[in-house]
Design a protein around this ligand. Sequence first.
Ligand code: URP
Ligand code: ZN
Ligand code: ZN
Length: 463
Amino acid sequence: MRFDKIVRGGNVVTPRGTSVTDVGIVGEKIAAIGPDLDGSPGAQIIDASGHHVIPGVLDVHVHLELPFCGTVSSDDYRTGTRAGARGGVTTLIDFAIPYANESLSQAADNWMARAEGKALIDYTFHICITRYNEHKDQIKGMVDRGFTTFKEFMIYESEGWQSDDRALFGTLEKMNEYGTMLLVHAESSRVLDELIERHHTPALMKEHGARLHRMTRPNFIESEAVQRVVTWCEATGGQLYIVHMSTGEATDIVKAAQSRGVPVVAETCAQYLVLDDSVFDREDGHLFACCPQLKKPKDSARLWEGLRDGEVSVISTDTCTFTREQKAMWEGDWTKIPMGMPGLETLLPLTYTHGVLKDRISLEDMCMKLSTNPAKIMGLYPRKGAIEVGSDADLAIIHPDRVHCVDCEIMETNADWSPFEGWDLAGFARTTLSRGDVIVDDYAVVGKEGRGKWLPRTTAGLR
Ligand code: URP
Ligand code: ZN
Ligand code: ZN
C-alpha cells in the first residue's frame, strides 16, 4: 500500500491496545496500523519515537463568540480552534442558541456562519431549545439537517434561555422518539435566585466580593436539578447528558440512575478536576467565576473517582473565554461578572498531567474520556474518536514528560490571563494532525484557517 504520510514509531493508543508501532495515512484517513510500514515511494515520515500517539481530542462543550452576560466571549472560531489544535483538539462542538424570535434553523445558520472560513479544526453544534412551545415542532427538521444533539438550560432566565420542567419533560419524550439526545445545564434556578437576592446587598458585597459567587451556589443547587431532570429522563426514556457536572452529590445521583438502567450520561470539565473554590480568596478571584462555580477538593476527588469507575463518561472544557477587561465589568457586584473561562488549549495537558502522570487514570482511560466516549456519545464514532483503520487521521502526538509553563502571552487563546498561569504542564501537542493535515508542528500552529469542516450526524447517544 502507498501511504501519503507515516507516523513512525510512536506509542500508539488504539481500541485494540497500546504499542510502539506506525500509523499509515492515505488522504484524510488512517489506512494502516502496524510495525515498519513501507514509506516508499515518497511518503512523508513523521517521527513519533519517544512520544505517545493518541486520537485527536473532541471537546464537545465549547462556546465561541458567545453573546453572554452583557458581552461576547473573546475566543472566536479563529483563535478558539487554533487554541484547540495546540492542545491536540481536532473536533469541537459548540452550542447554537436562538435569539429573540429566531427558529432553531436560524440559530444553526448563525453559528455555521461564525465558523465558516475561520475554523482550523472540525466542528458541529448542539441546538439549544430556548422557547419550547415554538421550538418543539422544529426539532425533527434539525435532525433531518444533521443535528442530533439538543440542549436546554435550567437557569439563565435573564438571557432568555431558561427551560422549565414541562420543556425538559416534553423534549426528553421527543429525544426518545427520534433517537436523539438532550444535554442539560442542571442548576436549580428558583432557589439560586433566592440565595442571590438574599446576598445582593451593598454591605455583603463590600465584605465578601467575588466570594459571594461560591456562597450563593451550594452543592444542592446542582444536585437537586440533576435529580429532577434524571427523574424526567427515567419517566420518558429520553437520552440525557448532564453537562459540566461539578459536585460529588450529582455524581452519586448519576451513578445510582445508571445502575437502574436510566439512559443518562455525564460530563465534567477539566477545571472541576484541578481547581477548587479557594481561588475566590485570591485578589483576582473574580476571574474564576464560571457557571456552575468551582467546588471543593472532595468534589474533584469524587469526579476523578467517577471517571475511573465509569459514571463520568466525558471530560470537556465549557470554554467561554473573557479577557480581564471583560471580567472587570463586575465593579464589585459578583452578579455582573461574565461567567466562563478559557479551556480548549489546556484540556489535554491538564488531563494528562493531573490524571495520567498522577496515576488517577491510565493513558487509555484518558483517550476514552477525551476522544472515544465523546465521539460515541455525540454520534461521531468511528469517523472520530479512535486510531482505527478507516477513521479520520486525527492524531495528537505528545511527549510523555516534556513540560511547558502556561503563559497567556504565548498561548493561542484570546485571553490576557489563564486560570492555570504559571502551571507546568506536559501533554501539549508537539504535532496535531487533522484529517491527515499537519496543523501543529513542533508545538506551533501551522494549519490553514478555514480548513475545518462541519460534521453532519445521523445518530446520538450510546444506545
Ligand atoms: O460559565 C460558563 N459555563 N459559561 C458558559 C455558559 C454555560 O453555562 O455553559
Ligand atoms: Zn452551562
Ligand atoms: Zn457551557
